[in-house]
Write a protein that binds this ligand. Sequence first.
Ligand code: BMA
Length: 339
Amino acid sequence: MSKINIISPPLYNIPWQDCPENSELPVWRYSENPIIQRNPVQGVSRIFNSAVQPYENGYIGVFRGEQTDGIPYIYLGRSMDGIHWQFEKNKIRFTDENGREFMPRYAYDPRLVKVEDTYYIIWCQDFYGAAIGMAKTKDFRTFTRIENPFLPFNRNAVLFPRKINDKFVMLSRPSDSGHTPFGDIFLSESPDLEYWGHHRHVMSKSSNWWENLKIGGGCAPIETDKGWLLIYHGVTCTCNGFVYSMGAALLDKNHPSVVLKRASRYILTPEMWYEERGFVPNVCFPCAALTDSETGKIAIYYGCADSYVGLAFTTAEKLYDYILEYNCAGEGEQEIGRR
Ligand code: BMA
């Protein structure tokens, strides 16, 4: 196994199960999945595509809750072990910079990223079509909206967990307003989280069948001494609709629009009943990863069939070895200029 070190604080109580014998893929599922069942909160029929962070002595998370009127919003949840969650009854109330209430018409697929001493929630909302919503909090009591960072149409925005070359860095996936049949991952930089520029192309969909329609950022990139480990989603189209799998790549540490390596094979694909059967069948949609730098453990939270939350595990070594073994990054992916 190759040596690779995660650069983050240790997380001694990371949710964990050892790898079962004969696991062909580098990622394996929690045996008690799904960890969140249907109708988890009054007025919410399904929770999926959600993100978590260590907080105080346990964990906190932002959860996509599909209300019983069909409209998605973001709900706050707390957990001691990262597996059993208690949700707040009411959706998160955002305020704008002047303290006035700001509630998007809908909000879905939240990511939660801590940069320095602030937590950022990034989601998809309506701004003349699908666009990126963003808010910040330090205490999970007040949530201040950051005005539309990007133009429509866009989805799957995820921040890097630290500034790079003194800039905030965000991945996103420009799209259309429907069930987008295309899409690559791009990167943008900002000195202040308000003004974004230096937009660069990172990765395209590929000729690998599982990701030959579109791709999109998933978990916040994981910093290692070899570069940024990116766990993302890749989509293919079948006669019965889209299939969402998880993929992995390694981005350059100082110039993360450069793809150093990229696995030609998925790291997880819908196989279990809770991934294959639900409101939208055949969806594994990664949104967050917890990491323990002492052991290299990684716990991935992913949405299952737009109906449940699942937990899956890997290690930095296993993921890195798999990316090296099945690397298909092309030379064009390694220039900065074209981007
Ligand atoms: C995408 C998003 C995700 C969803 C996926 C599969 O376009 O809407 O929230 O999980 O489709 O339905």
